[in-house]
Design a protein around this ligand. Sequence first.
Ligand code: 4FD
Length: 393
Amino acid sequence: MDWYVLTLFPELIDTIVNTSITGRAVKKGILRLHSVNIRDYAERADGRVDDYPYGGGAGMVMQAEPVVRAVEAAKEASGGQTKVIYLTPQAKVLTQPKAEELAREKSLILLCGHYEGIDERALDACVDEYLSIGDYVMTGGELGAAVVIDVVSRFVPGVLPNDDSARFESLQDNLLEYPQYTRPVEWRGEKVPAVLLSGDHTAVEKWRYEESLKRTKERRPDLMKKNLHVTCITGGGDTAAEFGKKYTDAVTRYGDFMDFDRRKLQKSGRKFGPDDLVIFALTPDAMDEARFRSVSGDQSRAVILLVSGTTNPGQEEKEREADTCRPSSEAEEVDLFMNEGEDWDMAPVRMEMMLNRKGFRVVTLASADAGTSDEEIAGMAVALREKLDAESG
Ligand code: 4FD
């Protein structure tokens, strides 16, 4: 990824970004940093790029011409289409989902203001997005740019030592990270929690999830109300299960799975609540009313992931063996039961109507097939999280 930073203090950006993890990524060629001194585009012979504010008041304002010239040069150098982001306290605050979104850009231009900011006409002429790193004022945008580069670059493949660790991290689920321990096992009389030494992977996961919940409730109760519990219901064979799992993993670290090809689960069913998000990863033929007779929601949110692909050979057989499947009288009434030879293009639409009647609100209808890459699935999950975040404000 190419970063262009337009600033009066390029050496400040260079020093920060060329250090530690981002520095190693620059050396590896995964990140490229182009720091541009706005002063190089000064009009005046003395090289100054600021002047007094019209209307009076304290401080200086950066002039339009040098800023716009620097932006135009960076745009050209980066290939023409690059988004220009202005760091300012007068903007939405950067979040993990926003960072993940920005990481999908090939290059970005970050504009750093100093003094009292930049002439509004320059901003109107060339800024695509305004971004803040937090509700406080700094002497310049440079530290903000360094923060943006750091946070966004963690999502660029190859930057972190463990390739997908950024995705599975603190705040991704609006949960704080669980506590970490390293050697020695006993330090000044304090022992490492025994479960972490047990080798029981499931027990470790459970403990960490509970610690995360406990910690979030205690330190950041404001994050708790944003949390949805995610359950993935799959049906229609291995391909649906596989995509359901991938998509759910990209949405949350803590998803539950229900394989609705199993008659037993269909029978026992589930009642979901307002804090539940249910991902229905199904082939069209698995989207029948009878299958979900015992599933209901209560202002629950749902995602339909339509998976095109073959039902497992012998799957139907297995189902027939296990139980006889009769449509509910309600299904017959509204004609939602799939009959043989029926138009499967309509299946997701019918599924959505059915879910609406059952107390779900479908937030997204997505689809995947054998050709859908992991990156595409990850992108779909990001889009979902952005949507949910936008809803909860
Ligand atoms: N919270 C931030 C960004 C920049 C900044 C500046 C107008 C001041 C804080 C535009 C006034 C830029 C932030 C420079 N302070 N200071 O992201």
